[in-house]
Design a protein around this ligand. Structure first.
Ligand code: FES
Length: 110
């Protein structure tokens, strides 16, 4: 595990990107929980965002892929709508230690 940021570094109901093991990881703070996924859309295997740290849809309910609008449930990474419906984001193990966010090893995306 590696300390990548603190809870205060991410706004509520939003997400930011951090580098871990040479890969971009999206860390989201949502509904009082922290979730992390590789920044890798299962549709085309490319990054989700166009703008830095812009990962949520306009209602801040889902992680959204800017390429073709796929929506992913923040808690599970499941794609609920869009061209990769039924697939999911690749999770990264995340632990909150006090006010610190730690990430586990980043797997290779499929
Ligand atoms: S690349 Fe993400 S929806 Fe197409």
């Amino acid at each position: 595990m590696e300390h990548v940021c603190n809870l205060d570094d991410i706004e509520h109901e939003s997400a930011r990107e951090f580098q871990k093991d040479g890969q971009p990881v999206v860390v989201a703070k949502f509904d009082g929980q922290v979730h992390a996924y590789i920044n890798w859309c299962p549709h085309l295997g490319i990054e989700l965002n166009f703008m830095p740290d812009e990962f949520m849809d306009s209602d801040k309910q889902f992680i959204m892929c800017a390429n073709h609008g796929a929506l992913f449930e923040v808690q599970s990474g499941n794609c609920l709508s869009g061209p990769c419906m039924g697939e999911k984001l690749v999770p990264v193990q995340v632990e909150v230690r006090g006010d610190e966010i730690w990430l586990g090893e980043v797997p290779e995306p499929a």
